[in-house]
Design a protein around this ligand. Structure first.
Ligand code: UDP
Ligand code: GLC
Length: 403
């Protein structure tokens, strides 16, 4: 029997955490059970990587003007705002047509925007729609209109919502989405082998001595990820431990070079210029992490999950993380890492100080973290769980249509 034709809908084509998670699923998806396609707005890294995995790619969804609508507003472009209802209708109807024409039986949406237009299109085509939900939807991050659209689509048009953490599930429930529709399925990572050779190689490339304590932050250079908090903590740590080195792996988004210049300015004013490396975006973040002695997560807003944490832990690295959102579900304080209050650079520096002065304990933390990841956040296991959820949504949908 041919696999179920599954249409995955994502509004972005650049590689963020949600896109990496999606590619992990597509790479592992059982092709005897599923025959996947992907609807995205235009070409880009996600489309190319999905194609190389043998996934059919459909371009044009959503329309380019709809892409300019931001989470917190309709965007600065007045024309885009005025045309919003029309663009939304065009995208939804076009997607509905695609679903029917290509014989898709099930829809999986993977980003907040796609949840809205994907659910409507799937519902109109009478196909079950499953959400993979990666956000904490609240007034801090979404506009009232977007929260209303999310709540309505979740409540009426989605058949199942797979939240990436309990924190995400709670936020959805607080928004008014029926709790029994939401299930937590954590993200997963591929198991990692020995990192020693990779560590040596990367340090050589970066010119970091083998015995220097190297602390790194890996992630987009955006304000809410707290790169400035990381730099301020680094400056404090550096006073007591002048040999410590720091690295920021990742780039700004939407070409915001001014923010990068601001961060580099801060780095220089803190006297860290010679001790800090900005690598820009790297394609192989695990190879970069392998060079570290400790990974820092510094988000100042609640992190829905934090792939960088499970990735670092899979390499046996101890982590210091901002303990909000889904993070405490991943990092157990004092067992697999240290949790600090978000935005508190002094607490972050103290935690790093502890890491430097407790080499044996921090290695044990790393090992416990590695074990925890293999038990709770294994990609193979997560994908089987996702498949089971998708198939049961399909069966329920068929039951409803036949009944
Ligand atoms: N990442 C990457 N290259 C970089 C920096 C980060 O591939 O230069 C990856 C990182 O390893 C992780 C993802 O981008 O897999 C970020 O996901 P996370 O969930 O931590 O945060 P998000 O950006 O999705 O909020
Ligand atoms: C989103 C969240 C991040 C999560 C990622 C993958 O980008 O901000 O916390 O890890 O999706 O699910």
């Amino acid at each position: 029997m041919p696999g179920c034709r599954l249409l995955v809908v994502n509004h972005a084509v650049d590689m963020g955490g949600a896109e990496r998670v999606l590619l992990g699923l597509l790479a592992r998806l059982d092709r005897e059970k599923f025959d996947p396609g992907l609807a995205v707005p235009h070409r880009g890294p996600l489309a190319e990587r999905a194609e190389s995995l043998g996934v059919r790619v459909h371009l044009g969804f959503p329309s380019s003007r709809l892409l300019q609508v931001r989470r917190k507003s309709l965007g600065r472009d007045r024309l885009a705002a005025a045309a919003y209802p029309w663009d939304m209708t065009w995208t939804v109807l076009g997607l509905r047509r695609l679903i029917i024409r290509e014989g898709y039986e099930l829809v999986l949406t993977n980003s907040a925007k796609a949840d809205v237009y994907g659910s409507l299109a799937g519902w109109l085509a009478r196909r079950p729609v499953v959400w993979r939900f990666h956000d904490i939807p609240d007034r801090a991050t979404f506009s009232r209109l977007n929260l209303f659209l999310l709540r309505t689509s979740a409540s009426f048009f989605a058949s199942r919502i797979l939240a990436i953490s309990e924190a995400v599930r709670e936020a959805l429930a607080d928004l008014g989405v029926p709790r029994d529709k939401i299930k937590v399925v954590y993200n997963g990572v591929e198991p990692q082998g020995e990192a020693k050779a990779r560590r040596r190689e990367k340090r050589e490339e970066w010119g970091i001595p083998e015995d220097a304590f190297l602390v790194g932050m890996v992630g987009r250079l955006v304000e809410w990820k707290g790169p400035d908090v990381f730099l301020r903590a680094a400056a404090l740590l550096s006073e007591a431990h002048p040999k410590a080195r720091f690295v920021l792996v990742g780039d700004v988004i939407y070409g915001e070079r001014e923010y990068l210049a601001k961060l580099k300015g801060l780095c220089a004013s803190l006297g860290l210029e010679k001790k800090t490396l900005f690598t820009g975006f790297v394609d192989d973040p695990l190879a970069a992490m392998a060079a570290l002695d400790c990974l820092v997560h510094a988000s100042v807003e609640p992190e829905p999950f934090g792939m960088v944490l499970v990735e670092a832990m899979s390499l046996g690295l101890p982590v210091v993380a901002a303990g909000a959102g889904g993070v405490p579900e991943i990092v157990e304080d004092k067992l697999t890492g240290l949790l600090v209050p978000p935005g508190d650079f002094r607490a972050l520096a103290t935690a790093l100080e502890w890491m430097i002065s407790h080499p044996r304990e921090r290695k044990e933390m790393g090992m416990r973290g590695k074990r925890r990841v293999s038990e709770r956040f294994d990609l193979g296991f997560v994908c089987r769980e996702m498949e089971a959820e998708l198939l049961s949504a399909l069966a329920r949908g068929k039951g409803k249509r036949d009944g």
